[in-house]
Design a protein. Structure first.
Length: 424
């Protein structure tokens, strides 16, 4: 009997260990956990069924049968410890690849946890009714009634409960080590978009990331900083403001581009952003597309549909952007994979649309109105200290643009289930 080579291993379930075939091996996580130890005296028997199976899995080599045996307890303890390790996604790739040291978020108001709080801009949310369902009922600058996707991703991926803003917060070392958000409400891939909103641009957010790296390097040294950066997962969530609050509102870009040409311009800007982020050390990047923008309550109102149907032109723009950027992300991932990078497209469009088209399935009653109103003026500073609806749990949308925590929670679950495997 020849010893099985690594390339010919066939993983077996734990229930099959007693009957492992000669060319069978343990699952990678279990195999790496196995420690070879010398049995004290004659307390371990090499002729027991389990030990015989372990020997068989290792190819039956005679040197494994005598002085050096596999201690099964070590396997069980190591596997159990790995199974409950925070920040580890199970059932995807190897254990080494699965460790998530930190979460970093770039984007707009969908994932801004408060970076705009001290800026002179309309794109902020650090006042009621925002945050009414956040822990403590505190408005933190998050554009929702409670948690936003950055928080939910950090929590569900086992990193930490909340993803804090990088700006204007007294961050502790543990916060810096586990990730922050650079996202700013009103931002976009088009630099004009951020100028219109008097907020930080996508390029400015990359500058914040540089500042973060320098700050972390000064605190923990080059080696630890490099480890955190390389093991982290990064998300970029922009594009909605470029389409809604720039192209369809301000005439400048419409005079320069028709819609397909503007989408090409956006895609080019987004890819350049992603390349720069990758060059700065981000190895695992989740690129989140744009949602069905025509289904935002404010855009339904602008469209004038008596039956409150989604505005078709905005949704067409969303699909066009998503179609083209997903193709470019696939190409970029192939180009950068040799360096160990993983860049994946995350589809938010159809996941949110599923809630809108099947509300009862997810426990929603209102799909076209915002809990705080349904116009372009029912968001951000324009609803400061206004009252919200009494039954937010029935709504997909919190204000004229942003979903509720309940809707975010469902969509984030879908994104993790569908896409995280491509970053692990």
């Amino acid at each position: 009997m020849q010893r099985a080579t690594t390339g010919s291993c066939t993983p077996v379930a734990a229930s099959q260990l007693l009957h492992a075939r000669p060319r069978a091996c343990f699952p990678p996580r279990l195999a790496r956990a196995i420690k070879l130890v010398r049995c004290p005296g004659s307390s371990c028997r090499s002729d027991s069924p389990i030990m015989a199976s372990l020997t068989t899995c290792l190819g039956g080599h005679s040197s494994w049968r005598r002085p050096v045996l596999l201690h099964l307890v070590v396997v069980v303890v190591a596997a159990a410890a790995s199974a409950f390790q925070p920040g580890v996604i199970h059932g995807a790739a190897s254990a080494e690849d699965q460790k998530i040291s930190a979460i970093f978020m770039f984007g707009d108001s969908i994932v801004d946890p408060g970076n705009n709080n001290n800026r002179f801009t309309e794109a902020k949310a650090n006042f009621p009714p925002y945050g009414q369902d956040f822990p403590g009922g505190v408005p933190t600058g998050r554009f929702s009634n409670g948690l936003v996707p950055g928080d939910l991703l950090a929590s569900k991926l086992g990193v930490k409960e909340l993803l804090p803003p990088f700006i204007g917060d007294d961050l502790e070392l543990k916060d810096l080590l586990t990730g922050v958000a650079f996202a700013c409400g009103g931002s976009g891939y088009d630099l004009l978009t951020s100028k219109l909103a008097t907020t930080l641009s996508s390029t400015d957010q990359l500058d914040l990331f540089r500042d973060y790296k320098e700050k972390l390097r000064a605190l923990v040294g080059e080696e630890e900083m490099t480890r955190v950066i390389s093991e982290a997962v990064y998300f970029t969530v922009m594009g909605a403001n470029d389409i809604l609050n720039n192209y369809f509102i301000v005439p400048l870009r419409r005079h320069e581009y028709d819609l397909p040409s503007y989408v090409d311009f956006l895609v080019s800007s987004a890819i350049n952003f992603t390349k720069t982020l990758n060059d700065m050390g981000a190895k695992r990047i989740g690129f989140v597309g744009v949602p069905p923008l025509g289904c935002c309550p404010s855009q339904i109102t602008l469209g004038g549909s008596p039956s409150r149907q989604c505005e078709p032109l905005r949704n067409q723009a969303s699909r066009l952007f998503n179609s083209r950027i997903s193709q470019e992300i696939e190409i970029l991932n192939a180009e950068r994979s040799a360096s160990g990078s993983k860049i994946a497209y995350f589809d938010i469009y159809y996941n949110l649309l599923d809630l809108i088209q099947n509300p009862a399935l997810y426990g929603f009653k209102d799909v076209s109105e915002g809990c705080c109103g349904s116009t372009v003026l029912n968001a951000a500073v324009f609803i400061a200290y206004h009252s919200a609806c009494p039954n937010v749990i029935d709504y997909i949308f919190w204000d004229g643009f942003h979903p509720t925590e309940k809707a975010y929670n469902i969509v984030v679950d879908k994104l993790i289930q569908q896409n995280m495997k491509y970053l692990m």
